[in-house]
Design a protein around this ligand. Structure first.
Ligand code: SAM
Length: 244
């Protein structure tokens, strides 16, 4: 791992093609939701990456800034940007500050799980709250820990298996962490990558939010705002900072 964490130049170069997050219908839905939640204020994306969401949100008329650990991911954002105006602070979303007072801070695509301790995740909520105006919102999109699908006594779950990619998550159910293990195959070459994560239940996030002075306002199962229930595989949660 280098200074760019698990998102170095090689990953960054193919990031936009390598996952299903680029479906324009989904992006439109995400952007519409974020824009409405930001209202007339500014939005801040934690872990802005290649600007997959921030660039279309900015193009929709919402002022957006970002914090991001990886220079390589931001380099990809700059390639797509037309006017070079999106302000990004290179740093850790747990502690980095960017000037401004925001009506919306958002952290999408399961990225809260990239913070591998409870302390770091709690600090991330506190850093979000610090950037918010009174009445401002912090939104997280992440998966519900899929531990119900792990057979009793076992610790692994396969999530990809084809001729190009094998993926297996390995869970540490005592410490609430998991590693995502990938093998990518091209011709007779293969590459292995293992990334550590921490999972937290929605209720634990509510507690982290409370510690940061935020209260749950919405919890949806998806960007179409469908209700969250016991079968939901992911959640979009929105916490609000008190008005003064
Ligand atoms: C799955 S990508 C999501 C990128 C973007 N938000 C999107 O939706 O496409 C995860 C991003 O989080 C960044 N990241 C991971 N840990 C971080 C941290 N502690 N602070 C800031 N960025 C971080 C990575 O560099 C990477 O760009």
């Amino acid at each position: 791992m280098n200074d760019d964490g698990y998102f170095g130049a090689k990953v960054a170069r193919t990031y936009d093609q390598d996952h299903g997050g680029n479906d324009p219908i989904v992006i439109d839905r995400v952007v519409a939701c974020l824009k409405e939640l930001a209202g007339t204020g500014e939005a801040l994306e934690f872990a802005i990456g290649t600007g997959r969401i921030a660039l279309p949100l900015s193009a929709s008329g919402c002022k957006v800034k970002g914090i991001e650990l990886s220079n390589a991911m931001v380099a990809e954002l700059r390639k797509k940007e037309t006017d070079g105006s999106l302000q990004v602070e290179i740093g850790d979303m747990v502690s980095a500050r960017i000037p401004g007072a925001f009506s919306l801070v958002y952290l999408v695509f399961n990225t809260i799980d990239n913070l591998v301790t409870q302390e770091a995740q709690t600090a991330c909520f506190e850093n979000a709250a610090r950037h918010l105006v009174p009445g401002g919102r912090f939104l997280i999109e992440t998966r519900v820990p899929p531990v119900q699908r792990i057979p009793f006594g076992q610790t692994t779950l396969a999530f990809a298996c084809d001729e190009k990619h094998i993926g297996v998550d390995e869970f540490d159910l005592v410490n609430q962490t998991y590693t995502s293990n990938h093998v990518w195959m091209t011709g007779d070459r293969h590459e292995f990558l293992s990334i550590p994560f921490r999972y937290a239940w929605p209720s634990e996030m509510d507690l982290m939010a409370k510690l940061a002075g935020l209260e749950l306002e919405y919890r949806w199962a998806d960007w179409d705002r469908s209700p969250f229930d016991h079968l939901s595989a992911s959640h979009i949660s929105v916490w609000r900072k008190a008005d003064v």
